[in-house]
Design a protein around this ligand. Sequence first.
Ligand code: ZN
Length: 250
Amino acid sequence: MRSCVKVKLPIQASIPEIRVFGRWFYAKLEANAVLEALKRYDVHVKVDWGWVLGIGGDQTIWNPGLWQLKELNTILQAVEDFAAAAGSVEATQKAIGGAIFERVGQGTTAHWGLGRITIADYTFAQSGLRTWLGPKIAIVHELAHYWDWKTGNVWSKALNHSGHIVQNLPHEIGPTFWGRTNPAETWAEDVAGFVYPGYFAILKAEGKPKENFVVQLQYGPVVIPLRMPGLGPQHSSYTARQFQALRVGE
Ligand SMILES: [Zn+2]
């Protein structure tokens, strides 16, 4: 019996190798499928994986890059959630077409102008209530900055300032603590909360005092208490109007 086991061992040992190879192969196919699905919206990913020439240039080595397959899927899900709010592929292209996502390890998650959006480790490494929705909220937030940037005039584009989609809504405060930093952040947080109302539920559950309080909104003679965080009536309708405007001419 022992000798029989010995004969079988190399075959048994080779099975995990086949499985690992298979997983890698299908991961590559799936990554390509995700990139193709994103291209429908004119949204792109800077590919950082692939075969590269090793030192000396006489053999190729596999460079795995920073992107994980599940992260690429998260980008696609966020873009599809944005598209659901925009109402069509064409409307989505109008707002965020041309976006290019680049994975950076220790860097910053941000939109840098011209649609270049970097996503850093910390965005994908969220925990607790933010594990599932946190990365997508951040992705949609950056897409909102790009959408804003796209609407800017020549000067604001040249200077990389915010475009003209942002607006101060004088009788309401921004939806989150970060969204009260400046009008551009108000807009990005408005869009993130509009696409993901669960964002506000998370902030409520986390219970930080800077996010959770009641504000008395004055509309002429009417006072409406608004429990923060959340989109006030003006922020909500302003954001909805920008999404609706994308569909004009379709
Ligand atoms: Zn921002």
